[in-house]
Design a protein around this ligand. Structure first.
Ligand code: FES
Ligand code: FES
Length: 211
C-alpha cells in the first residue's frame, strides 16, 4: 500500500494549504496560534461570522446522533471526538495529516480528523469507527480484518477500516490495486499489509454478496 502522501491528501480534499485556509488564518497562522486570546476563526459550512475566542457551543452529528459540546475554535475534530465525546476508537498518532490513523467519514468521504477543526464539522455527517459496527455486529470490513488477523499494534487499524469501508462501499468491484490506492492515505508502521490485503478482498467479496 505504497502511496504518494501529497496526492493522497489531495485526493481527500486535504492539503496543508487547505487546512490552514480552513483555519481561517490566511497569512496569520502565528496569530491564530498565539495565546493572546484576541484572534477568532470562522466556523465551517460557509458561515461568515467569526467564532471565539474562548469556548463556543457547537452541535456535531456523529454516528447518527446529535452531540452538543463546547470547544475552543482551535480544537480539532479528532480531539473533540476523543476528549469531549469519548469516541476513542479514532486514533491520534502523527496529529499532522500524514498517517491516516485519525480517519473518519465526513459526509461519506474519508478525512483526517486531525486536520479539521471541530467547528468546521458542524452540519456535516461524521462517522467514526464506532459508527460502522460493534463487536456484536461488525461491518464487512471490520469482520474481514478480524478474520485475517490484519493488525499488530492496532493503532492504524480503525483508520484503515474506515478508509477501506469508504472505498469498498463505493466500489465493491475494486481490484486489489484499486482498493489499495483508495486506502493509500493510511500507513501501517507495523507493516501488516499482507493481512490487510486479504481482508480487503474478503470484504469486497462479502459486499458483493459472496460472489
Ligand atoms: S493522526 Fe491524523 S493523519 Fe496521523
Ligand atoms: S498494526 Fe501497528 S501501525 Fe498498523
Amino acid at each position: 500500500m505504497k502511496a504518494d502522501e501529497n496526492s493522497n491528501m489531495e485526493s481527500r480534499g486535504l492539503t496543508r494549504r487547505g487546512f490552514f485556509k480552513g483555519l481561517g488564518v490566511g497569512s496569520s497562522t502565528a496569530a491564530l496560534l498565539s495565546t493572546s486570546g484576541s484572534q477568532s476563526v470562522h466556523s465551517g459550512a460557509g458561515a461568515s461570522d467569526p467564532v471565539g475566542p474562548g469556548e463556543v457551543p457547537i452541535s456535531l452529528r456523529v454516528n447518527n446522533q446529535s452531540r452538543k459540546l463546547k470547544v475552543d475554535p482551535r480544537v480539532t475534530l479528532l480531539d473533540a471526538l476523543r476528549n469531549r465525546l469519548d469516541l476513542t476508537g479514532t486514533k491520534k498518532v502523527c496529529d499532522r495529516g500524514t498517517c491516516g490513523s485519525c480517519t473518519v467519514l465526513v459526509d461519506g468521504e474519508p478525512a483526517y480528523s486531525c486536520s479539521m477543526l471541530a467547528v468546521e464539522a458542524e452540519g456535516r455527517k461524521i462517522t467514526t469507527i464506532e459508527g460502522l459496527g460493534s463487536p456484536e455486529r461488525m461491518n464487512a470490513v471490520q469482520k474481514a480484518f478480524v478474520e485475517n488477523d490484519a493488525q499488530q499494534c492496532g493503532f492504524c487499524t480503525p483508520g484503515f477500516v474506515v478508509a477501506c469501508t469508504a472505498v469498498l462501499t463505493k466500489n465493491p468491484d475494486a481490484t486489489l490495486e484499486e482498493a489499495q490506492a483508495g486506502c493509500g492515505g493510511n500507513l501501517c508502521r507495523c507493516g501488516t499489509y499482507a493481512g490487510m490485503n486479504e481482508a480487503l478482498m474478503d470484504a469486497a467479496k462479502e459486499l458483493k454478496g459472496g460472489a
